[in-house]
Design a protein around this ligand. Sequence first.
Ligand SMILES: [Zn+2]
Length: 431
Amino acid sequence: MKYLFKNALTVTMDQEMKVLKNIDVLVENDRIKALGSIKPEECENAVEIDCTKKILMPGLINGHTHVPMTLLRNYADDMNLQTWLFDYIFPAEDKLTGEDVYWGTMLGIMEMLATGTTCFIDMYFYMDHMAKAVEDSGIRAQLSRGMTSNEKGPDFSQNKSLNECIDFYLKWNGAADGRIMGAFAPHAIYTCSPEYIRAIRDAAEKYGAPIHIHLDETRVEHQDSLKNFGKTPAKHLYDLGVFDLKTIAAHCVWIDDEDIELLKEKDVTIAHNPGSNLKLASGIAPIPKVMDSGINIILGTDGASSNNNLDMFEEINLASLIHKGANLDPLLINAGEALKMATVNGGKALGREDLGVIKEGFKADLILIDVDKVHSKPLHNPVSALAYSIKGSDVCLAMVDGRILYENGEFKTIDKEKVLYNIEKICDRIF
Ligand SMILES: [Zn+2]
């Protein structure tokens, strides 16, 4: 299948942040074949997409989320993380079935596609059902089974979650034409004993899997770590050898200067979740300092229960605003830097050098944004517009792997009515 995006105002998200006016971009099968001057014979049989008054850019990569938590959206709000998680979220999640997780994932995927996200990095449970939703919908994702246990071991060979995690990885990593990537996810240091984290880490190393973990999200987690282990959460994971594997660490709100050095030394990616951190009053991560260190930073919404949406344009906006305000410095985290966190940096975090940029040979994960809107005119600087004035709902097309999944309000692979019907049924049962 071939598509020709005609006359696109293209924000490439390459190293130089090139913005190309009125150019054509040719997609063939799952890849970007050419951009700029394309020979007419190359475009033969291509479906033309008129991009007048639209911005073409790489699809956004949601760097940390729990998509089935859409089911718990607007259910438990305005409380601290510990109460929210242990008194409301975990008990409600205990009632979920695999089927529920499938439909919750589908709801989240619809929201993500309609707001420009083409890939997400997730940690949850009933992962076979999540993977099925990813496979059915056509979106791209890194998926991992979140694991919690405070057992001391030493033998975790019979641990149910860890065995599920391994089985899931072997079954799904690289599945759905490579759209599904697997990872191992010890939930956090306050839900996993050191022995359990070590066992998960060793298993991940054995199978060549990367790690996805929550790190230093709240002051309570930070202080408890100092009390229980005599060191910061980051140093704790460093000493357990977790960071010797390719790692995405979500939040990192309370990390100190020494932690930043450790994370840099081990090339850990930090997933910044400004919306969730503000809503749960966890604090504001020291992202400008982290950026100065050269650490790879990606952007996530976290679950829809602590945000309460999966709109990455909101997150881009927040990431480019809160550090300016918190540090009284308007030069911090410019629009381009915030956009990189939501695109090309996500590709790097996944070890994928073919995601997050519009460039020949890269994956055709693309979005079109309608800028013929009152709130985005005049369009002096498209990069600024993307960070400061455009809304997720301005997205009018989302393509993954060269396949259009969403166009002008219509989902091509998902039966919207069926998803909404099932969500209502699930909520009637659980709440
Ligand atoms: Zn999370």
